[in-house]
Ligand binder design. Sequence first.
Ligand code: SF4
Ligand code: SF4
Length: 118
Amino acid sequence: MSKIAILYCKRIKDHSCIGCAKCYKAMQEKNGEFANYEDDIELVAMTDCGDCPGLVVPRVKLLTEVVKNLDRPFEAIHLGTCVKLAMETAGCPIKFDKLKNVLEKKFGAKVILGTHSY
Ligand code: SF4
Ligand code: SF4
């Protein structure tokens, strides 16, 4: 079982994807970035990016503390396809390569850009 967390774009969620149904479907179908998992996927937590101008690091710090207290650590963090779209089309200030480096060093979880391909 692979345990993951998803961060969504606070500005887009429920505007482009309602109820995050696309990510839930994609996890079940191993679609998009989820195709890289061989075993089942367990979604441990899903929360927003911390809002503009890119407050992901304190958000992930809080999230990591919460899941640690619940004894439910995650091994990977996906930035949702919504975040990817925001970066590509909506002036999102997140610089993925830099963020990935910081998060992986600080929190020890693999960071992946994107989720579903729908
Ligand atoms: S890409 Fe995923 S996490 Fe982002 S809004 Fe859509 S369903 Fe939710
Ligand atoms: S920082 Fe990027 S992902 Fe987060 S709310 Fe702003 S545009 Fe969306």
